[in-house]
Design a protein around this ligand. Structure first.
Ligand code: ZN
Length: 614
């Protein structure tokens, strides 16, 4: 319990930082994505204090149709930043909290509704008892409006009924679910995200979501409610911390000078359900995962001037309040260890490398073999001396998406007190060209002892991973190791931006990951590991070279990594260059940095490595 209290306190701290979240600028596809270079290649500072939602239960029943008074939002403090100045090396210092976190409250079906209320409808306008009762009170207005709008309850459709008769609310949103009995957990999250999008578009500070559906099939009502809330929370995320203007504009050209929260920032969602206690309990584990995803998204969205290797490591160190044990290896320690391939990537940057090791001890036995996760954390990738083209290079602040996902996963495991032992290890470097930078043709001795010839300094991610992978296997003797990296443009050529490439030397591990992928909607596609790719990595000057030629770039990159995996170790590599950033927006993700991988790996662990551990 002592541990639990320790965690609660920091979550409160985290909330203040969460409020700093902002919305990433929407951007179209880039004509010249630096990740698309034929080479490979391609890890953050989030306020540890960032975080998340709170879940409460409101149990005061009120007459159906009665509405709670909208809560007045707390006045926001004026931003102290200097408008018009560019972010300095530490723009955060100038910024105030600009956004509100989403408070999720579970309430009974008969509790008072907020002025904006979303309810669910299935195919052919199948309405749950609670919604039928609202329709009855309004004299059948809901059904009449749905018929007039030809709304049938299909998924991702919705209609709005303004000022419904006899119901004390400003608007009622009818949101389609499709066939409820056929929906999986992840579908309910998608529906929750869609409902949140509909609510947020109405620019309201508080809203109700009636989480009761007609003909739900076998899915328990609390599971539906928890997943709806989960999807809503993920959809709510926005990275707005560097937006200092317009929040006081009332839209009519007048500005009373008072900073207000942006008008569309919902701050409270009341989820009405049959059993709020059960729903809240079911939501706890989902909220832990959402916490991890928020952390990962923040890290990816943060600009590289704010988030260098040192700052990223500091943010990870600050996570110890969650119950994680964190060690930071500085450049002197990395030199002493012999992580020379990692250091060779960092040597062109004025900012020194770091490796962060997170440990979560949740298993009954402290000696239970840990599960290991390794992430690529290149805080910014210019390509080094093999420099990238200018167009779109700014996206290379996201080249630490693998490290971000590993940190997010570790946060989720700690937040839900997962009964496993897990290691998260991330290599943090910046790849810059300079007089001290690594040259093409340089040969270095990796931590494993193998020599590596660097033929293109933009294929740097694998060099970072090689040493961290070796270190983790050597020191922790893990049950398996899984790495995540925004590694190659080639994986996007092969799979596009909706799937991550999965490479594995172990079929069971691959199958478990594919099953978790299907359950969460974070898609993976298995790619080949083969001798033919391995041979392409042979070098005439060293044991291995860091690039294999024009074709099969994602596969040769994986073949390179495999040379740093010990013979008896089960290993999987996830190439997330397409999915970690600037991925297609979805009902549960409107952010540039997606936090991809946190949900997948949390589910993979929960399904396969926790049973019998409790
Ligand atoms: Zn690169």
């Amino acid at each position: 319990m002592a541990e639990f209290r320790l965690f609660l306190k920091p979550l409160a701290d985290i909330r203040s930082a969460l409020r700093q979240a902002g919305r990433a600028a929407a951007r179209g596809p880039r004509p010249s994505d630096p990740r698309l270079r034929d080479l490979a290649c391609h890890g953050l500072h989030f306020p540890a204090e960032r975080l998340i939602s709170t879940a409460k239960i409101e149990s005061t029943p009120a007459p159906v149709g009665a509405r709670a008074r909208p809560r007045r939002h707390a006045a926001m403090r004026p931003a102290a930043g200097v408008p018009g100045t560019r972010p300095s090396t530490s723009p955060e210092e100038h910024l105030q909290e600009m956004t509100t976190p989403l408070e999720i409250v579970f309430a009974r079906l008969d509790a008072a509704h907020e002025a904006t209320c979303a309810v669910l409808a299935g195919p052919d306008l199948a309405l749950s008892p609670a919604v039928q009762s609202l329709d009855g009170l309004s004299g059948g207005q809901l059904v009449k409006a749905a018929e007039a709008a030809e709304f049938k309850g299909k998924q991702k459709t919705a209609i709005e009924i303004l000022a419904p008769q006899q119901l004390d609310m400003q608007r009622l949103l009818l949101v389609g679910t499709g066939k409820a009995a056929e929906q999986e957990e992840s579908d309910w999250a998608t529906i929750g995200g869609h409902a949140l999008g509909q609510i947020a578009a109405r620019k309201t500070l508080a809203a109700s979501l009636v989480a009761e559906v007609a003909r739900p099939g076998d899915t328990r009502p609390e599971t539906i409610a928890a997943n709806l809330a989960f999807g809503a929370l993920l959809r709510h995320y926005a990275f707005r911390k560097y937006l200092t203007k317009k929040t006081g504009d009332d839209g009519n050209g007048t500005d009373n000078g008072e900073q207000k929260p942006a008008a569309d920032r919902l701050s409270k969602l009341v989820v009405h359900c049959v059993d709020p206690e059960k729903a809240k309990a079911a939501f706890e584990a989902k909220r832990a995962v959402a916490d991890g995803i928020y952390v990962a998204r923040d890290l990816v969205n943060e600009p590289a001037n704010v988030l260098g290797p040192v700052e990223f490591a500091e943010r990870v160190k600050a996570l110890e309040h969650t119950g994680l044990e964190v060690e930071i290896l500085d450049d002197a320690a990395l030199k002493a260890l012999g992580m020379n391939t990692l250091l060779s990537v960092a040597q062109g940057s004025a900012r020194p490398a770091r490796v962060a090791i997170m440990q979560w001890h949740g298993a009954k036995s402290k000696r239970a073999k840990p599960l290991a996760f390794v992430g690529k954390g290149v805080v910014f990738d210019t390509g080094g001396i093999s420099i990238k083209p200018a167009a779109g290079m700014e996206d290379m602040k996201g080249d630490m998406g693998g490290a971000a996902a590993v940190v997010g996963l570790m946060v989720a495991l700690a937040a839900r007190k997962a009964p496993v032992n897990a290691i998260g290890a991330i290599g943090l470097v910046e790849n810059m060209p300079s007089g001290t930078a690594t040259r093409p043709g340089d040969i270095v001795v990796s931590l494993s002892g193998q020599t590596v010839e660097n033929l293109n300094t933009d294929a740097e991610g694998r060099l970072v991973l090689a040493d961290v992978l070796w270190y983790v296997q050597d020191r922790f003797k893990p049950r398996f190791v899984i790495d995540l990296a925004t590694l190659t443009g080639a994986i996007m050529v092969a799979l596009g931006k909706s799937f991550a490439g999965l490479f594995a030397n172990d079929d069971k591990l691959a199958d478990q990951l594919i099953a978790a992928s299907k359950a969460t909607g974070e898609k993976v596609w298995r790619m080949p590991l083969d001798k033919s790719y391995d041979r392409m990595m042979d070098s005439k000057n060293a044991d291995v070279k860091n690039m294999g030629g024009r074709w099969g770039g994602a596969c040769t990159a994986a073949a390179f990594l495999k040379r740093f995996i010990k013979a008896d170790v089960a290993w999987a590599h996830l190439d997330i260059a397409g999915t970690a950033m600037d991925a297609p927006k979805s009902e549960i993700n409107a952010s540039w940095g997606s936090g991809w991988g946190v949900q997948l790996l949390d589910r993979f662990i929960a399904e396969n490595y926790e049973k019998g551990e409790k």
